[in-house]
Design a protein around this ligand. Structure first.
Ligand code: F6R
Length: 242
């Protein structure tokens, strides 16, 4: 893993946006793997700004998001499709038909998972996968488990993830309990991975990801085995690392 030290959230966002932008400039037809959550919002804002300045464009890019709540439609303001449209896609020249998020309205788990895997496979897998990291070391919604997941799957969210996500919902009871997520094996098939993290509450997970044992109890730890994985993090997130 290669570590890029960021001063703070804004600096991390600029550095992540720089990596994504370089990828898209070098390969306009790039397949990007994207994440939701608080972490990438600043990078998306920066990319929108550079798009408006004419520095980068997304006309030929296609995207595959990591995850979606099972049961939520893209019109639901809490859905990850809604998040991506509002935080990023609506503000750039990407063709919405080329943006993909697991279909939360498809309640047939096997069908929903297989179709998403097929889409990613047909795209030739991901060129650059952007990841945030959960406080428990999850990537996508791959929570600590006894084995690493492979393809897309439906997961029961852990109490800590439900609690972390409840800040985004008016009523904690409305936080969905299940989600579709790209599997760890699919994430590992990306040709380049960028993990972004800031803040002290990520320090333990970042330590375990970079310096801990490779174990499904910290799903992000498998990224140590990826040959082109970059961690962009601030001093607080790296505070427990040597
Ligand atoms: C989001 C995702 C999650 C988040 C993680 C960190 O699509 O897959 O793994 O990246 O929960 O979330 P934030 O950035 O909100 O701290």
């Amino acid at each position: 893993m290669k570590i890029i030290h960021a001063k703070d959230y804004d600096d991390m966002s600029r550095k992540v946006a720089n990596l994504i932008s370089a990828q898209v400039i070098l390969k306009p037809k790039s397949v990007l793997g994207l994440a939701t959550g608080t972490t990438p919002i600043g990078a998306y804002k920066q990319l929108i700004d550079w798009y408006h300045k004419g520095d980068v464009d997304f006309a030929e890019v296609s995207t595959y998001n990591l995850d979606e709540y099972r049961g939520l439609s893209g019109d639901d303001p809490q859905s990850y499709r809604y998040f991506m449209n509002h935080q990023f896609f609506d503000h750039i020249d990407i063709d919405k038909d080329n943006t993909h998020v697991p279909d939360g309205t498809d309640l047939d788990v096997e069908h929903a998972c297989k179709s998403y895997d097929q889409l990613v496979k047909d795209a030739g897998y991901v060129d650059l996968q952007l990841l945030g990291i959960g406080r428990n070391g999850h990537i996508g919604f791959n929570e600590p488990a006894d084995a690493f997941s492979k393809g897309t799957q439906c997961v029961d969210l852990t109490p800590s993830t439900i609690e972390a996500n409840s800040r985004l919902f008016d009523n904690p009871d409305d936080v969905p309990r299940q989600a579709y997520t790209m599997g760890v094996q699919t994430i590992m098939q990306a040709r380049m991975i960028v993990v972004a993290a800031t803040g002290a509450d990520k320090a333990q997970a970042v330590h375990d990801m970079i310096e801990g044992a490779v174990t499904p109890q910290c799903p992000a730890s498998i990224l140590q085995l990826h040959t082109n994985c970059w961690v962009v993090a601030d001093a607080e997130a790296l505070s427990l690392c040597q």
